[in-house]
Design a binder for this molecule. Structure first.
Ligand SMILES: [Zn+2]
Ligand SMILES: [Zn+2]
Length: 230
């Protein structure tokens, strides 16, 4: 689902904008709403309820201040401020909802109709995750964008959401395809296809491993590891 305008608000009191240029001060202080229209064009509803169109990349606006004086008006400045503060997407991006948690994600305008997840919800191929039920480590293969109640478990007469071990996780959860871990100590000649099966899990059943308490140790370790393997 696409998300439209930023709310019509003032971003700072006039006396407290941190700006010296009067147009920049008004750009922050006045109540305006910005709606991205795509292609770098933004509709700006001004404090006085006028609607102007600001072309950010072209540096043009339909307001009198820009049309008559050719200046970088408060609307263009406001659009730039809202982009910098993450309130509206930059040119070429569109705001959509994460398919799992409904937080806002800025995605490529051309791909806005696809299913998107926020950084917190999205698991990437190759990422190692932990099964909350068993503590097992698994490797993510893909996140195809289907809901747990629409994917059947192979060989069972139920969906991923209905599978007994998945009770308690949301039916609407996106499924994650994972590779089940290969048992430790297995010799390559003992490996057969049953050891590398793919399973579909509800996203909420998987969690990322806790980061180590001291991040710098991890960095050092990785760098040492990298040097040795080269
Ligand atoms: Zn303007
Ligand atoms: Zn999310």
């Amino acid at each position: 689902m696409n998300i439209t305008a930023s709310r019509k608000v003032s971003l700072a009191p006039l006396a407290d904008t941190g700006e010296t240029d009067p147009r920049s001060q008004r750009a922050r202080a006045e109540r305006m709403a910005v709606t991205p229209l795509g292609g770098g064009l933004y509709e700006v509803e001004s404090q006085s309820d006028h609607t102007y169109f600001a072309d950010l990349l072209g540096g043009r606006c339909t307001c009198p201040d820009h049309m008559m004086r050719g200046v970088r008006c408060k609307h263009l400045r406001r659009v730039a401020i809202e982009i910098n503060e993450g309130r509206v997407p930059p040119p070429g991006k569109e705001a959509v909802e994460c398919a799992r948690c409904e937080s806002t994600v800025f995605v490529d305008e051309q791909k806005a109709d696809a299913i998107h997840f926020c950084d917190h919800c999205e698991l990437h191929p190759g990422e190692v995750v932990i099964d909350r039920n068993t503590g097992d480590l698994m490797v993510v293969v893909s996140m195809p964008g289907y809901r747990a109640d629409s994917v059947d478990v192979p060989g069972k007469d139920c969906t991923v959401a209905e599978y007994p071990a998945n009770e308690g996780y949301p039916e609407s959860d996106p499924v994650v395809e994972v590779l089940y871990p290969i048992p430790a100590g297995l010799r390559p000649e003992q490996l057969n296809p049953s050891h590398v099966r793919r399973y579909s899990f509800p996203r909420s059943r998987l969690r990322r491993p806790e980061p180590p308490a001291d991040q710098s140790e991890l960095t050092d370790f990785r760098e040492a590891d990298f040097r040795e393997s080269n």
